[in-house]
Design a protein around this ligand. Sequence first.
Ligand code: C2O
Ligand code: CU
Ligand code: CU
Length: 533
Amino acid sequence: MASNPLSRRDFLKLAGLGAGATILSACGIIPASPSAPAADVTFSTPGITPSPTSPALIVDLTAARTTVPILSGAETPVWRYQASVRDGAAESLQVLDGSYLGPIFRVKRGQRIQVKLKNELPDPTIIHWHGLHIPEEMDGHPRYAIAPGKTFDYDFTVLNRAGMYWFHPHPHQLTGQQAYFGLAGLFIVSDDEENALGLPSGEYDLPLVIQDRMFDAANRMVYMVNGMMDQMTGFLGDTILVNGKPDTILDVKASAYRLRLLNGSNSRIYKLAWQDDTPLMVIATDGGLLEAPVTRDYVMLAPGERIELWVDFSAHQDAKLVSLAFESGSAGGMMGGGMMGGGSTLPNGVPLDILRVRVGEKGEPVSSLPQRLSSIARHRMEDAVNSKNPRSFTLAMQGMIHTINGRVFEMDAVANDEIVRLGDLEFWEFVNLEGGAGGGMGMMNMEMPHPMHMHGVQFQVVERRIDRNFRTQYEQVSTGFVDEGWKDTVLVMPGESVKVLVRFEDFAGTYLYHCHNLEHEDAGMMRNYRVES
Ligand code: C2O
Ligand code: CU
Ligand code: CU
């Protein structure tokens, strides 16, 4: 049986052909814990009361193998979330026709959600709700992974403000593989504050998931073809897909649109711009609307990050969204050319076409973009319990593995410096020492950007600092960061230190923080943190 996406057995067979065998076969045993019971908790966040008059949205969601048409010719075997509404409004789920991507949840803040996950994959799986502030039992930690044939019942209330969140698998050392073969979906939350703005909606609200993939001659997706090298740099595909399709052309009306972008790639980072140099009008980041729109000549979008654009196509003929060239770090230094030159034909940082926009007939009259979008309560440094003394997380290479404070993932371990108190505002700092003096060792001293993600929270970026030796390459990306809003994933460039303020509210428990380069994550660049009450 040679069908792709690969079963775990096939995958190991393939991986065994390359240098990746050592690392990959080390992941041979996957613990599958029995399905955990739904959390029996009630909780309250000021202003958000689950309305007893609006019953739960109940969704049956199956992770299974299927095939979809992607390229011309044979259909592509994929792994896919298929869902249906068991109880609740049918329009709460939007399906992208013919795509491997899962359904788009469209829900309101305060809505109670019950998702009945059924695992029809050949491997263990579990869903993580990226960006959502929910109890740890619902968060999809790998220790909750369910075996093939099993089910997991999610039950949580949406406390997050309006924004575009998403969901994807999180089983131990299989996240990259499962997401790559198709398992991912969007989770869009609306609220009253946002509705009052009259932003483009309905057909004028377009979620766009950007991913890169690699296909073989039979149209099957291939993964980790360069073994250990892919594990170190992250796997890069050579075909750009938007909502699961190549060569995307968006047919739009001459009107204003809300484009919601997710970088759903395993490791590729994009430097997005309109090809004709029109500045991008950014209205939202990971955790929803900014206070006011900001413009950028380009925006950086790392794996896991979201950004939302407002764009008036009535002012354009056609448009093209591209990714501009930048120095990604990993291509430089000792890793360039030479023995490590066997990576993707399309390394990070090369120019790419993302999608073309074709403007057609006149659409709804364009109402101007409000200059005030939302209010964001700014965390203040003096309110942090450790304002003088950031909790510092150093990203560095040890041997061939990217580590966090010298550690790699352990299923249950939480170190002393990974324990926080419920209710506290904390000052955290991610320091990327890779490629710098003292970071890493010998030829494995790779310069890698790391998109750092925290589960269960949204944070605010308060400062970025760059080592002067990295300034030149940094300046090719740094004016494309949008740090004005709520974030759950932040790109930390080589030589950079990023400081954030984060409050741990409502839920005690063990959550994850990790690099959202999924190959880095699966190789161990992930840790638990524990919120103690
Ligand atoms: Cu989207 Cu643990 O990640
Ligand atoms: Cu997450
Ligand atoms: Cu990383």
